[in-house]
Design a protein around this ligand. Structure first.
Ligand code: ADP
Length: 333
């Protein structure tokens, strides 16, 4: 039986804590990662229906475990040694600027004097090597196949792109994505880091969920564009983080308007203030709004992200403000 909104079932998610059968009476103890009544009611009804249809079952009793569950079991995944916080950057779909935000946010956090790592887990289309200006980099391997991150702009970088010969997008299936990312996390010599920023694969489905579950993520940032369809994805993103009880630190609204370089007027190509409305409605902080700016795209294509190459640029200042809020959000966990 699937957990609402996800393809995985409640047993593999570790939500069924106990099942006892006694003279046709079945008692099930569930630990749910949510207190949303509609989710609980749907699950209860489906479980009861499924169990009642089994031969010999006269009565079904469903109880809650004492504590709210974190998907995957009661214990949080083990943090990485030497890494204080893992921050996941997610988006509902590709092309909204998730990697652009992850890279510039990592640099803005670095500019605050923090020790930062960046893991490009977007293995469908790893764009971080290009954006960081190290498209041809190949990390060193040390003892027992450990990967040494590439140092760039003061950040420790690891990307699937470093391990692909051909830069065309790779289509990996969910479980494969997971085993590769898991290996990455385990086999990289990150050293001492204050924050490891993980650029998640786009989407808010099972692959991303498993990743969050396995790597003890301290907080999530969701990148969105302001139009309504993207905002539905934000809701899905929040549900994803809720499911693994990872706090959403906030939303970054990207491509929030277009400032004409000639006349300076701003046009709301993708609608106005969608991120703002949605963050208020969902009670999640809007960390910042980044307009569509040619300089930003050009800087990413050149491998010289604005935050590193032009720290005084208004976009870099916006990222500095976002970084401040992210640090505050992580410290509050
Ligand atoms: P995602 O990681 O969500 O797939 P990317 O970060 O790769 O998206 O961004 C997609 C493209 O859009 C890139 O070429 C990037 O330079 C560009 N881009 C992202 N955000 C902006 C922005 N605010 N202004 C201009 N170009 C942007």
């Amino acid at each position: 039986m699937r957990y609402p909104g996800f393809a995985r079932d409640i047993v593999t998610l570790g939500l069924v804590r106990e099942v006892t059968v006694q003279a046709g009476q079945v008692a099930i103890v569930l630990a749910l990662p949510t207190d949303k009544r509609d989710v609980i009611a749907t699950l209860d009804a489906e479980i009861e229906g499924a169990v009642r249809s089994l031969p010999g079952v006269a009565k079904v009793e469903i109880r809650r475990a004492g504590e709210q569950a974190r998907v995957g079991g009661s214990s949080r995944a083990a943090p990485l040694p030497g890494v204080r916080h893992i921050l996941a950057v997610a988006s509902g779909k590709g092309g909204v600027g998730k990697s652009t935000v992850a890279v510039n946010l990592a640099l803005a956090l670095r500019a605050r004097g923090l020790r930062i790592g960046l893991l490009d887990a977007d293995i469908h289309g790893p764009s971080v090597p290009l954006m960081a200006g190290v498209p041809e980099a190949r990390p060193r391997m040390v003892e027992e196949k450990k990967i040494v991150p590439i140092e760039r702009y003061g950040i420790a970088l690891v990307s699937m792109g470093f391990f692909l010969d051909d830069r065309s997008p790779v289509i990996w299936r969910g479980p494969m994505v997971m085993s590769i990312v898991r290996q990455f996390l385990k086999d990289v010599v990150w050293g001492e880091l204050d924050i490891l920023v993980v650029d998640l694969p786009p989407g808010t489905g099972d692959a991303q969920l498993t990743l969050l579950q396995e790597v003890a993520v301290a907080g999530g940032v969701i990148v969105t564009t302001p139009q309504d369809v993207a905002l539905q994805d934000v809701r899905r993103g929040i549900t994803m983080f809720d499911t693994v009880q990872t706090p959403v630190i906030g939303i970054v609204e990207n491509m929030s308007g277009y400032v004409c370089p000639k006349c300076g007027t701003e046009e709301a190509i993708f609608g106005t203030d969608g991120g703002q409305r949605e963050s208020a409605a969902l009670n999640v902080q809007l960390l910042g709004k980044i307009p569509l700016v040619g300089d930003l795209r050009a800087s990413m294509d050149l491998g010289a992200p604005l935050v590193a190459s032009a720290p005084d640029h208004p976009i870099s200042q916006t990222f500095a403000a976002i970084a401040e809020l992210v640090v505050a959000g992580l410290e509050h966990q």
